[in-house]
Design a protein around this ligand. Structure first.
Ligand SMILES: [Fe+2]
Ligand SMILES: [Fe+2]
Length: 368
């Protein structure tokens, strides 16, 4: 059972929206599966894991510095507000920042769970329904794992209004490909980049393992969106593709400019407008926000949404360089990173067993 302390009472934050579609598609043709999607489905089945077992939940988080990273990564670092804070206030700011960020991961994961269940219903092809079903289970596991992490942290934030409005746009659009585009490409693409920054920078074993394992699943999810949309978008008219590009451009600006953690600054009693302005203008924070597009840019190019609107958007945002990121090799690295953590944990467990056996032997010899 997850026991969370919410920054805002949950009775005030519940949300319902329409699923927009009402169209549920059945497909009676069962032997027309595309090889690459069936292979991904097989992989999805084989790579299921249990969040309760694979992650060491006995690990204690340092509540004053949960991610054990340099303070440079705190958005307030270097600001006049930060300079005024004593060590106690800074510790509080670190914990709230992590709680806010991981809460958005948690809510985004629930969004992914719901969106993928919607895909099972309304995608026309049966192979895509099969694969999406494995992803539904992956997303439930991610909700479980982030929820559990936050309960150890002892604090959770409600869904950010901009994330909620993006989820609303994705869910209420009746066109089946928009669920993929909004969720598998944009929201999951952004999340992957954010998980990756934490996985690579954190000094905390639990945060590293949690994000690495989730990323291993997410790599398949982004691949799913790529396979399906890559074969679908060339069939659309130029005008239909332009509509999708306009949606992506707007969502990218929103994700870059609006996720500024206002809720945290308010909760900490800081002047929200002044703090947001600082975070918006800080060179370092701008550089971090650009890094969030490392996965989205090459994926949109790969699926053929690469007309003037998106090229212009990304060059305005200064993230055009990511178009040459080799998605297959970063996905392979994500897989490897998770496997390496498993291997290190197995090695530590067997070293522990050997030393325990050594102690038993000495005790036994002493008795003899
Ligand atoms: Fe997920
Ligand atoms: Fe996902």
């Amino acid at each position: 059972m997850i026991d969370l302390h919410y920054a805002v009472p949950v009775e005030q934050t519940g949300w319902k929206t329409s699923d927009g579609s009402g169209t549920v598609r059945f497909q009676w043709d069962y032997d027309a599966g595309r090889e690459e999607l069936l292979a991904l489905y097989d992989k999805g089945k084989r790579k299921q894991w249990d969040a309760a077992e694979r992650i060491d939940w006995s690990h204690e988080i340092d509540l004053d510095d949960p991610l054990r990273t340099s303070d440079e990564y705190i958005p307030l670092f270097g600001s006049p507000m930060w300079e005024k804070m004593d060590e106690r206030a800074r510790a509080e700011a670190r914990r709230h920042m992590v709680a806010w960020q991981f809460s958005q991961f948690l809510h985004g994961e629930q969004g992914a769970l719901v969106c993928t269940a919607k895909i099972v219903q309304n995608v026309p092809a049966v192979d895509a329904k099969f694969y999406a079903a494995t992803q539904v289970m992956d997303e439930a596991r991610h909700v479980e794992a982030y929820g559990r992490y936050l309960s150890k942290l002892g604090l959770a934030y409600p869904v950010n209004p901009h994330l909620r409005s993006l989820l609303d746009d994705v869910l209420t659009d009746a066109r089946w490909d928009m669920t993929y585009l909004g969720m598998q490409v944009l929201i999951e693409g952004l999340a992957l980049a954010a998980f990756g920054l934490i996985r690579n920078q954190t000094g905390d074993d639990l945060a590293r393992a949690l994000n690495a394992y989730v990323m291993q699943d997410e790599a398949r999810h982004v691949m799913f969106g790529r396979h399906v949309l890559r074969s679908y978008y060339p069939q659309l008219t130029e005008a239909e593709r332009a509509e999708r590009e306009a949606f992506c451009a707007e969502a990218c600006y929103l994700m870059r400019d609006r996720f500024l953690a206002e809720e945290v600054w308010e909760t900490l009693g800081l002047d929200s407008a002044e703090t947001v302005k600082w975070v918006q203008d800080s060179e370092l924070q701008r550089a971090f926000r650009s890094l969030l597009f490392t996965r989205i840019v090459p994926t949109l190019k790969d699926i053929g949404l690469w007309g003037p609107t998106l090229r212009q958007t990304f060059s305005d945002m200064g993230v055009m360089g990511f178009e040459s990121v080799d998605l297959d090799s970063v996905i392979a690295e994500d897989e490897q990173a998770a496997d390496d953590i498993d291997a290190a944990r197995r090695a530590a467990a067997s070293a522990m067993a050997v030393s325990r056996a050594g102690v038993d032997e000495v005790v036994e010899a002493g008795r003899g």
